[in-house]
Design a protein around this ligand. Structure first.
Ligand code: ADP
Ligand code: ZN
Ligand code: ZN
Length: 745
C-alpha cells in the first residue's frame, strides 16, 4: 500500500497518514496538494512524504482528490520549508504558506485564475445564416478583433443575450480566456541596454560568472563544474554600480535558459527600482511586492511557475518564487533588517533562507551592500563566501563629503538647550537653496514631540496599554502611542494638577517641518513619514514632486534613507545620529554606521558633489568617525573584535525568547520555569537571565524575555525544544522564539 503523509492547516506541527488510491498513484508526489477527509470535514492538505507503511493502527482513509498539474511545491522548496521549520522552531505549515500565494491555495478545485469571456466574429465562410441588421452592426464593430464580452456590450449597448444567441447561430465565437492582472499595466517602460562596465565592475562580474559555471541548473547536460557555487558578497560603496553588475549577471543566466530571483528591501521597491529591472528584461520580470492585490500576486506567481516570467523581483518572501532552473539569487542591500520577519512564526531571516535555498538548489547567490552585515562580512573573511569589492562610484562621481556637527558645542552656544539645527547645517542648507539644489533631512521619529509633560508637577502622558510615552501629533492635535496605535485628544490642562503649561520635549518630523519652514521661509518643504503615506499613492506622489524639483527640502524618517536616487540632491542632514547609537542593542553601532552610509548614498549622485552633515553629541564614537570616511573595513574590524570578546553574533547565534501575558506575575513565573529547564549554558552557550523587557508592557500585555547565545545552533535549538515540551504554555500567555534575532523587543 502506498501511504502519503499529509499536513493540513487544521493541525499544526504534525502530519497524518492517508492511503493513496491506485488511480491517483502516479500524480501524488511530495508537494502535491490533495483533498482529504479530516474528522467530519473535507480539507486540502499537502503531501510531505510518501511511504510504504504506516504506524497508524486503524484503517487509513483514502485521499479523495488531487490537484492537477505539477506539484505546487517543488522538492527543493519542500526541503527548504522543512529546514525553516526545524531551524526557526516554527510549524511546517506556516513555512509552507510562503511557497505559493493564498489564491493558489484556494484549493484542489479552484486555481485562482481570473477568467473573462471574450468575443470575436466567426469566420464568414462557416456562417449558416445571413445576419440581421443589428447582428451585422455587432460584426462590424468587432471587425477582426477580439473583445472582452462584458466591455464590448457595455460600450456599444448590445445585450449579452444577443451575443449568446449569435454564438449559437455561428456568427460569433465566445471563449473563456485567462485574464492577466498586471501590476505594471498602463506604464510605458523604455528598454535600456547594458552599460559598458568599469574595470572594478568587470572584475566583480567575472567572479560571479565563475560561480555561475558551477550552477547545475544552467548546465543541464551535466557540464557544470563542481563543487557547488559559493555565495558572493558584493561590497561596493554607494552608487558604485552594484546593480549594473548583477543586472548583467542576470542577463547571462537568462541567456543560458535559467531564471533568477532578486530580493529588494520592501522600502526600496519603488517604481524607480522596478523600472530598472523591467527596462532591462521586459515582460520576463515578475514583480511580487506586497502592495499587489491577491489577484495580481496570483497571476505574477503563475507567470513565474509557467516559465513565462523568469526573473522574480520582490521583498523577503519573493525568495520562495517558483523559478524553474534557478541560476542566481541576488539579495540587494543584504544588511537590511526588513529581511527578517519578526512578528509571526517562522521568524526567519530572508537573506539566510535565500543562502540556504541557493545551497539546496546548487545555484549562485550574490549578496550586495555598501555596508554588509557583520555576519556576511565575517563569512567573507573566513572564506565561506567570496568577496568582491567596488571602491569607486561608477560614473566617477566624487564620494560625498561628510561633516560632523558637534552638538555639545552647539548646545553650549545655544545656552544649554540642544538646538535642532546646527549652524553648519543652516549655512549649508542656505547654500544649497541658493544654488537651486535639493536637501534631505533625516530624523527617525515621526510626530511633533515624542514626549509631553507638565513642568509644574512632572506628569508625563503615557499610553494606558504600553509602558511608553505618547507622542504629540500636532497635525490632528492628538497624543498617539506608536506601539499600539492608541490615541486621545491632547488635554487642555494637566490631568494631575490642572496646570495649562504643557511642555513638548524632543523633536519629531512634524516639528522639524515647522522649524525648517520658519528658518527657510521661501523653501518648498515636504515631509514623508508613516503619517503622510498611509494613502497608497502618496509615497509616489511626494517622491514625484521631489524628482520634478517642486520640493526643495524633503524631511523624513527611514523612508527617505534608502535606495532613492535623485541627482539634484547635494545635501543630506542627519538631525540626531545619537538616537540610533543609544538604542540598548549590541547592533546599535552597526546600525548607526549603516544609517550614515545610507544617507551618504543619497547625495551627489548626479554631476554635483554632495555633502552629509551628521549632528551628534558623540563625534568620537567609532561608528560615527569611521562612517564619516566611509571606512567600512576598519569599522567592521573594530566592531568584530568587540563582538568576539562578548560572544555576540557573528561569533554566536543569538536567540531571543519573549514571554507575553495578561498577568505580570504569571508571565514572570512561567519565564523562570522555562529558564530553569534551559539551564545554565556552561561553556557551550551564554544564557541571559529572564527579566522584564525594555518595554515592560505593550498592547496591554506584560513582556518578559530571555536571551541565549552560543556557537552551536543545534545545541541551542535542542534545549529550546526540551523547554517547550516541558513547559506547556498556559492560557493567556504566549511564547515567541526568535532565532538569530535582530532586535530585542
Ligand atoms: P549601486 O547599486 O552600487 O548603488 P547603481 O548600479 O545604482 O549603484 O549605479 C549608480 C549610478 O551609476 C547609476 O546611475 C548607474 O546608471 C550608473 N552606472 C552604473 N554602472 C555604470 C557604468 N559602468 N558606467 C556608467 N554609469 C554607470
Ligand atoms: Zn501637572
Ligand atoms: Zn500603546
Amino acid at each position: 500500500m502506498k501511504v502519503a503523509r499529509v499536513a493540513t492547516d487544521a493541525a499544526l506541527g504534525r502530519t497524518f497518514d492517508y492511503e493513496v488510491p491506485e488511480a491517483f498513484a502516479a500524480r501524488v508526489q511530495p508537494g502535491t496538494l490533495v483533498r482529504i477527509s479530516f474528522g467530519n470535514r473535507e480539507l486540502d492538505g499537502f503531501v510531505m512524504e510518501l511511504s510504504d507503511a504506516t504506524a497508524y493502527a486503524g484503517t487509513l482513509k483514502p485521499i479523495l482528490g488531487v490537484a492537477d498539474g505539477e506539484p505546487l511545491v517543488s522538492p527543493a522548496l519542500l526541503r527548504l520549508a522543512k529546514w525553516m521549520a526545524a531551524y526557526y522552531l516554527a510549524p511546517l505549515e506556516r513555512c509552507l504558506k510562503f511557497m505559493f500565494p493564498p489564491d493558489v491555495r484556494g484549493g484542489v478545485l479552484s486555481d485562482g485564475f481570473k477568467r473573462q469571456l471574450t468575443v470575436r466574429a466567426a469566420p464568414a465562410q462557416g456562417r449558416l445564416l445571413e445576419p440581421a441588421p443589428k447582428d451585422r452592426e455587432v460584426l462590424e464593430r468587432l471587425g477582426d478583433g477580439t473583445e472582452l464580452l462584458a466591455g464590448f456590450c457595455r460600450a456599444w449597448h448590445f445585450s449579452a443575450a444577443r451575443l449568446r444567441r449569435m454564438a449559437r447561430d455561428g456568427l460569433v465565437v465566445i471563449e473563456e480566456k485567462i485574464a492577466r492582472r498586471n501590476p505594471l499595466a498602463g506604464r510605458t517602460i523604455l528598454r535600456t541596454s547594458p552599460l559598458p562596465l568599469t574595470e572594478e565592475q568587470r572584475t566583480a562580474l567575472e567572479l560571479i560568472r565563475g560561480e555561475l559555471a558551477h550552477c547545475a541548473a544552467l548546465h543541464p547536460d551535466g557540464t557544470a563544474a563542481s563543487p557547488a557555487p559559493k555565495p558572493v558578497l558584493l561590497h561596493g560603496v554607494t552608487a558604485s554600480g552594484k546593480t549594473e553588475v548583477f543586472l548583467q549577471a542576470i542577463a547571462e543566466v537568462l541567456s543560458k535558459g535559467g531564471g533568477a530571483i532578486v530580493l529588494v528591501p520592501e522600502i526600496s521597491l519603488t517604481p524607480q527600482t522596478i523600472r530598472r529591472f523591467v527596462s532591462r528584461f521586459g515582460d520576463t520580470v515578475a514583480v511580487l511586492h506586497s502592495n499587489l492585490s491577491t489577484g495580481e500576486r496570483h497571476d505574477e506567481w503563475q507567470r513565474i511557475r509557467s516559465g513565462e516570467a523568469r526573473v522574480a523581483v520582490g521583498p523577503r518572501s519573493a525568495l520562495f518564487a517558483p523559478v524553474a532552473r534557478l541560476g542566481l539569487i541576488v539579495v540587494d542591500e543584504e544588511q537590511e533588517f526588513s529581511y527578517k520577519q519578526e512578528d509571526s512564526p517562522p521568524r526567519y531571516q530572508g537573506r539566510d533562507v535565500a543562502v540556504m535555498r541557493a545551497h539546496l538548489e546548487g545555484c549562485a547567490i550574490v549578496l550586495a551592500s555598501a555596508t554588509p552585515s557583520l555576519e556576511s562580512w565575517h563569512n567573507a573573511q573566513t572564506g565561506k563566501y567570496l568577496l568582491s569589492t567596488l571602491r569607486h562610484r561608477a560614473a566617477a562621481q566624487e564620494m560625498p563629503h561628510t561633516v560632523l556637527a558637534d552638538m555639545r558645542a552647539e548646545t553650549a552656544r545655544a545656552g544649554g538647550r540642544r538646538p535642532l539645527f546646527s549652524d553648519v547645517l543652516i549655512q549649508e542648507i542656505h547654500r544649497c537653496l541658493d544654488a537651486g539644489e535639493q536637501v534631505m533631512l533625516f530624523l527617525n521619529r515621526r510626530g511633533y514631540a515624542p514626549t509631553i509633560s507638565c513642568p509644574a508637577c512632572g506628569y508625563t502622558e503615557t499610553c494606558e496599554n504600553c509602558s511608553v510615552s505618547m507622542t504629540y501629533h500636532r497635525d490632528d492635535q492628538v497624543l498617539r502611542c506608536h506601539l499600539c496605535g492608541a490615541y486621545r485628544p491632547k488635554p487642555k490642562v494637566c490631568p494631575q494638577c490642572g496646570s495649562d503649561q504643557y511642555r513638548e520635549s524632543g523633536f519629531g518630523t512634524q516639528r522639524v517641518e515647522t522649524i525648517a519652514q520658519r528658518l527657510f521661509p521661501s523653501a518648498r518643504i515636504e515631509r514623508m513619514d508613516l503619517d503622510v503615506t498611509t494613502r497608497k499613492a502618496s509615497h509616489e506622489e511626494i517622491l514625484g514632486r521631489f524628482r520634478a524639483g517642486q520640493t526643495d527640502i524633503l524631511i523624513g524618517t527611514q523612508m527617505i534613507a534608502k535606495g532613492l536616487d535623485f541627482p539634484n540632491v547635494t545635501l543630506a542632514g542627519i538631525l540626531n545620529a545619537d538616537i540610533s547609537l543609544s538604542v540598548p542593542d549590541f547592533r546599535a553601532s552597526e546600525r548607526t554606521f549603516q544609517l550614515i552610509a545610507q544617507m551618504a548614498g543619497r547625495v551627489g549622485r548626479g554631476v554635483k558633489p554632495g555633502t552629509v552633515i551628521v549632528q551628534t553629541a558623540t563625534p568620537e564614537a567609532p561608528a560615527i568617525e569611521l562612517a564619516r570616511t566611509e571606512n567600512f573595513v576598519a569599522f567592521a574590524q573594530e566592531e568584530l573584535q568587540q563582538r568576539a570578546a562578548l560572544h555576540y553574533p557573528p561569533y554566536t547565534h543569538f536567540i531571543c525568547v519573549t514571554f507575553k501575558g495578561e498577568d505580570a506575575e504569571q508571565t514572570r513565573q512561567y519565564a523562570e520555569a522555562f529558564a530553569k529547564v534551559i539551564g545554565p549554558g556552561g561553556d557551550a552557550f551564554v544564557v541571559g537571565e529572564p527579566g522584564p523587557a525594555s518595554i515592560e508592557k505593550a498592547k496591554g500585555l506584560y513582556l518578559y524575555q530571555m536571551t541565549l547565545r552560543g556557537e552551536s545552533p543545534r545545541l541551542l535549538l535542542t534545549r529550546l525544544r526540551t523547554a517547550m515540551a516541558a513547559c506547556p504554555v498556559p492560557h493567556g500567555l504566549s511564547v515567541a522564539i526568535d532565532v538569530d534575532a535582530l532586535t530585542v523587543p
